[in-house]
Write a protein that binds this ligand. Structure first.
Ligand code: GAP
Length: 439
């Protein structure tokens, strides 16, 4: 399917099925900000839970953190964001719209909005951080920023976490949270937005071991994405050239996905050296050294960072799982999400609205919910239509209560991907699903 076509289909499917809505739509929408609806919020939570489990619960050497969005403004001076987190910007002399300088150059100096030729003067640097004020006085002294990355919360808490959790280097700190960037050219749906979520992990290592840890994390993160079922041929690494490297990085690799609009980054693995801890030590005047308990050696650890955009991964999963297929002469749209990612695990249908079938189905649905398996009850329309709705929602299994259920207590399970139908005892349905989810 052609790229832009697939993006249009994803925008429309995700709205229709309640995954993603434009923010403040009734007011005409907020530029490049999106809201997650009933199915979207479940999918996003599943992504975050699986990441958290892999990064924190399944390891002894990474601790979790939930740092505040509003940090001391000196944080952003130390991190280099006040000075360096900028894009060159040009303004049209006629309509006064602003554009990123590289895009204006691509447009040959002609304003993409009003068409004026030679519209732009010298570029000015534009800081991408959102600014606001803390307290009642709106002046320079009360200026505060919405964090443009979650990472700094992990650096300023490095010693707090290390001592409280009695961790030894090498160890990591992981957190998931909102970040904000006043992007000049956001777009491509939820790919580049002004408010987004990051799942970041900072791994503190002894200088000299950083390159080895970098390679380990690079391999580990790619394997994790593959474990979500993303097709290998749509994933690749891209190494940052000298020009692309961020001010803090010695080495960086992006994990890229072949989106409908081209190969683009959705996670970065960075060797940030001791840049961040050293700068925070300098700007705060507080020592951020680690003392090795074995050797009494003092050093500022190097940081290997893995930084994933949760919204971008969600877009990857939507694009990678979207299929249009012919089934028994009819077209169906299906989101072939891995079952552990699917917002709804099972849908329960009574075949007909009589003979006590709705009551049995409602009881089965309740049982699944009580077993913490998100389930959806549907008795409206033909079975075929009910299957189609669940295919679009990515629901892996549909359970149908029919005449035979009254006789032997079994229900049919229809598999979203193979379309195979099997019978299982209704009272074993929760276990049957749990086994397939690996729980
Ligand atoms: N702490 C390092 C850092 O923030 P980054 O490459 O600027 O590095 C990391 O961002 C990830 O955050 C990106 O790979 C992307 O997935 C996500 N991200 C960054 N800007 C974004 C935006 N405007 N909208 C959505 N996701 C974004």
């Amino acid at each position: 399917m052609a790229g832009p076509d697939l993006m249009d289909k994803l925008v429309s499917l995700t709205k229709r099925r309640g995954f993603i809505f434009q923010s403040s739509e009734i007011y005409g929408g907020t530029g490049s900000v999106w809201d997650y609806g009933p199915l979207g919020v479940e999918l996003k939570r599943n992504i975050k839970d699986i990441w958290w489990s892999a990064m924190v619960h399944q390891r002894d050497d990474i601790e979790g953190l939930d740092a505040a969005i509003l940090m001391h403004p000196r944080t952003w001076e130390a991190s280099g964001h006040v000075e360096g987190f900028t894009d060159p910007l040009v303004e049209c002399s006629s309509c006064h719209r602003r554009f990123r300088a590289d895009l204006a150059e691509v447009a040959g100096g002609q304003c993409p909005t009003c068409g004026t030729r030679n519209a732009f003067g010298e570029p000015r640097m534009f800081n991408l951080m959102f600014r606001t004020f803390m307290g009642p006085v709106e002046d320079a002294a009360s200026t505060i920023y919405l964090r443009p990355e979650t990472a700094q919360g992990e650096y300023v808490n490095f010693l707090n976490v290390q001592t409280a959790a009695r961790q030894k280097v090498p160890f990591g700190i992981a957190q998931i949270g909102k970040a904000f960037r006043n992007e000049i050219t956001p777009g491509n749906f939820i790919f580049r937005t002004r408010e987004f979520e990051q799942a970041e992990m900072q791994f503190f290592v002894k200088p000299g071991t950083d390159e080895e840890w970098f390679e380990r994390w690079k391999a580990e993160r790619m394997a994790w994405h593959e474990s979500l079922g993303i097709r290998k041929e749509n994933l690749r690494f891209h190494e940052h050239t000298k020009d692309e490297l961020a001010h803090y990085a010695k080495k960086a690799f992006d994990i890229e996905y072949q989106f409908p609009f081209g190969w683009k980054e959705f996670e970065g693995i960075h060797n940030r050296t001791d840049f961040d801890l050293r700068r925070h030590q300098e700007y705060s005047g507080k020592r951020l050294e680690y003392i090795d308990p074995g050797t009494n050696e003092r050093f500022i650890p190097f940081v290997i960072e893995t930084s994933m955009g949760v919204d971008r991964l969600l877009l990857v999963l939507l694009a990678d799982s979207y299929r249009e297929e012919q089934v028994e002469g009819e077209e169906r749209v299906v989101l072939a999400l891995a079952p552990r990612l699917a917002p709804i695990k099972a849908a329960v249908f009574p075949l007909v609205k009589k003979d006590g079938l709705p009551e049995i189905a409602a009881k089965l649905h309740e049982g699944l919910r009580r077993a913490a398996l998100p389930s959806f009850y549907d008795e409206a329309g033909s079975i075929g239509r009910r299957y189609r709705r669940q295919d679009e929602a990515g629901t892996p299994w549909c359970l149908t209560v029919d005449g035979q259920t009254n006789e032997d207590g079994t229900v049919t399970v229809r598999d979203r991907d193979s379309l195979e139908q099997t019978r299982i005892p209704a009272d074993r349905a929760a276990d049957w699903i749990r086994e397939r989810l690996g729980r």
